[in-house]
Ligand binder design. Structure first.
Ligand SMILES: Nc1ncnc2c1ncn2[C@@H]1O[C@H](COP(=O)(O)OP(=O)(O)O)[C@@H](O)[C@H]1O
Ligand SMILES: [Mg+2]
Length: 369
């Protein structure tokens, strides 16, 4: 896939991930790409891993979203489904799925360390986002999964979490905690004791015995955990996945967009598409210079109108220049990068009608593909 259009991306990708800073329209763009792909006949599931309830709001749903995908009522040859990551539920399901017996699943889920882990740690959130993506991309109801990431700078951490988890599970200390009574470990355990003492001084001995009990209950499940984690990591790095950076034309948004572009580069992931959203529209065909000239050459209301048009054209030209410079910088890292632009619509994006308007703009022929 080189120089993709929005249409080819929506037709061919198995996974699309939108990223960018807050307020640029990631969630709206994720929903719009979903609606467009559904119109092209695909069975799409948009998952938001942002705990804010913006996805339901953007498509005008009257109810909150949870872990179970809901089908959106639209006229399309394909289907549009939406869901919001529930970390706890995903973790519980994963434990149930991978436990050898229901008793073992219960033992893990009742463990205090597990309960803390599944509720609070931000790393868990990243990992569960990856796990949920694994499940959805293996769900036969869907042929395209669109991931809407949270607005934080480290929104892409979830991309690294599968490898991090797989590494963690293979760590010698973890292996020892998992199976302390197995042959040959007496000596190793003795060697480990000072390390465990230090850890227990930091986290408290109750917490540590909780961890040990958790890891023991967990024994044998880690291979399946790691297998899934690595499988989703491979999907995210394959040609089946397209990454999209969404930005607005303001200098602040572009600075953050630069950050996401370099993060993707660092992670060895190819950026396919930049969406320049919330662009100020061009009015008329003249440049701001033309309008300034016409303003000085005319009088009365006409002069005022031209002066106003001149200001609006200046805004639009500045926005174009900002985006063009950003694209040029980004093409230094990703030569085949495509772009799609969408104007600032007259109203907020809060229902399927506004989502379709946005989708139409994104899918329209673009300046350079
Ligand atoms: N093209 C657009 N035209 C008008 N309003 C937009 C557009 N794109 C996004 N918005 C508005 O901007 C706000 C943020 O959009 P959202 O999709 O939630 O962004 P993000 O997910 O990046 O934080 C919302 O109020 C939305 O209605
Ligand atoms: Mg959002």
């Amino acid at each position: 896939m080189s120089n993709v259009t929005v249409d080819t991306m929506c037709t061919e990708a198995r996974v699309i991930v939108t990223c960018g800073t807050g307020g640029v329209g990631k969630t709206s763009v994720a929903a719009a790409l979903g609606a467009h792909a559904a119109a092209l006949g695909r069975r799409v599931c948009v998952i938001t891993i942002d705990p804010a309830k913006r996805l339901a709001d953007a498509i005008g749903l009257a109810y909150d979203l949870g872990n179970i995908p809901q089908q959106v009522d639209i006229v399309a040859t394909g289907e549009l489904w939406v869901t919001m990551l529930d970390v706890r539920e995903t973790f519980d399901n994963l434990v149930r799925d991978t436990s050898p017996t229901p008793e073992r699943a219960r033992e893990v889920m009742e463990n205090s360390f597990y309960r803390n882990l599944s509720r609070s740690l931000s790393g868990t959130r990243d990992y569960m986002a990856a796990e949920r993506l694994y499940e959805l991309s293996n769900d036969e109801r869907f042929d395209l999964i669109i991931v809407d990431t949270p607005p934080s700078r480290n929104a892409l951490d979830f991309l690294e979490s599968p490898e991090r988890l797989a590494r963690f599970l293979k760590h010698p200390i973890v292996r020892l905690l998992v199976a302390p009574s197995r042959g040959g470990l007496r000596f190793a355990n003795a060697a480990l004791t000072p390390v465990l003492k230090i850890i227990s001084n930091i986290v408290g001995s109750d917490a540590l015995s909780g961890v040990a009990a958790f890891l023991r209950a967990f024994d044998g499940m880690e291979n399946e955990f790691a297998r899934r984690a690595l499988s989703v990591a491979a999907t995210l790095r394959s040609n089946a996945t397209s990454f999209v950076v969404v930005t607005a034309p303001s200098p602040d948004a572009l600075k953050e967009a630069d950050h996401f572009v370099s993060e993707l580069d660092r992670l060895g992931i190819t950026l396919r598409l930049v969406v320049a959203n919330r662009m100020p529209p061009h009015f008329g065909t003249g440049t701001s210079e033309d309008e300034h000239r016409l303003a000085t050459e005319s009088t009365g209301a006409l002069a005022v109108a031209h002066a106003l048009l001149a200001t609006m054209q200046e805004d639009a030209e500045q926005a174009d220049a900002g985006i063009t410079a950003f694209l040029e910088r980004s093409r230094g890292r990703f030569a085949d990068l495509s772009e799609a632009r969408a104007n600032e619509l007259p109203s907020d994006i809060h229902d399927m009608e506004s989502i379709s308007l946005l989708a139409q703009q994104l899918a329209a022929p673009q300046p350079r593909q």
